[in-house]
Design a protein around this ligand. Structure first.
Ligand SMILES: [Zn+2]
Length: 105
């Protein structure tokens, strides 16, 4: 079998897909953390550095970190919004108290 045959290859799936959120959801009320995370992702040239901030600190930069926490607070998984290779760099999820404090009337 010859691996060098010039068979047409199927187009690769897109690396990013758009996400729509309802304005009435918790994410919709916040300052668009999904756009912030997307905008501040590293470029392929500098895989561990934000392409907007370009500071000396490696990804996640400050805006990314804040937006990722907003997503988490809205009940979303941060790993769903960043490429696989950055998952190891995600800050550890905030530890929640054993039980939510009860509201007193
Ligand atoms: Zn940044």
């Amino acid at each position: 079998m010859n691996d060098n045959t010039a068979e047409p290859t199927a187009p690769a799936p897109p690396r990013e897909v758009p996400v729509l959120v309802s304005r009435s959801s918790r994410v919709g009320h916040s300052e668009d953390p999904i756009n912030t995370v997307t905008r501040h992702l590293p470029s392929p040239d500098t895989p561990y550095q934000c392409q907007v901030c370009r500071d000396s600190r490696e990804w996640p930069c400050g805006p990314s970190d804040t937006a990722l926490h907003q997503l988490e607070n809205a009940g979303l998984r941060r790993s769903d919004f960043v490429p696989d290779y950055l998952h190891d760099r995600l800050p550890r999820p905030a530890t929640r108290p054993p039980s939510w404090p009860r509201e007193t009337p």
